[in-house]
Write a protein that binds this ligand. Structure first.
Ligand code: GAR
Length: 192
């Protein structure tokens, strides 16, 4: 089965959902490692619990971003990773890593791209007062939340929603959509 690395910076609810999807075989892949850029991120606790090895690398420990990403790629190569899954990884991936895994880095974003890119997709849609937002899964390129879209699902913002209920709805959609889209992506890769 294809080997996936998940890269995450914070809470890790998507990471955990993806690991569970591999365990119940809705996602036919192996998550071989977590890559995390914050030593105190909660996702690291989840990885321990789920017995997934974690590569923890903080950019401030490196001379520059290039050295930081070289260290990540070394780690990924040691695990023989086929596809990189960004799940709340709050950094821009540089051309160095993009060139190492061309067309094989996926990202999830909590809005209907190209609307509301950036770190606060849910909040920004909420503040804009739109009646519909959603979730996007896309391939990564060198921009911020840009790159070819693989899947989108809408989420309605209703009268009785608060920012908190909207966040909960988005996260619920994310967790199903990501596993499903990765599975479809891997299937299409296999048929290439
Ligand atoms: C998710 O909502 C993801 O879509 C978002 O970060 C959250 C991480 O949650 N990503 C972005 O905003 C990327 N620009 P999690 O750590 O619980 O999976």
């Amino acid at each position: 089965w294809p080997k996936l690395a998940v890269m995450a910076s914070g809470n890790g609810s998507n990471f955990e959902a993806l690991v569970k999807a591999t365990q119940n075989h809705t996602l036919e892949a192996e998550i071989v490692c977590l890559v995390c850029d914050h030593a105190d991120a909660y996702v690291i606790e989840r990885a321990k619990h789920l017995q997934i090895p974690a590569i923890i690398l903080e950019p401030r420990d490196f001379k520059d971003k290039n050295h930081y990403e070289r260290a990540i790629v070394k780690g990924l190569e040691a695990y023989d990773v086929d596809v990189i899954i960004l799940a709340g990884y709050m950094r821009i991936v540089t051309p160095y890593m993009l060139d190492k895994y061309p067309g094989h880095i996926l990202n999830i974003h909590p809005a209907l791209l190209p609307h509301f890119p950036g770190r606060q997709g849910i909040q920004d849609a909420w503040d804009a007062g739109v009646s519909q937002t959603g979730v996007t899964v896309h391939l990564i390129d060198s921009g911020i939340d840009s790159g070819p879209i693989l899947a989108q699902q809408t989420v309605d913002i209703t009268e009785d929603d608060t920012l908190e209920t909207l966040e909960a709805k988005i996260h619920q959609v994310e967790q199903r959509l990501y596993a499903k889209t990765i599975q479809e992506f891997l299937q299409a890769e296999k048929e290439k």
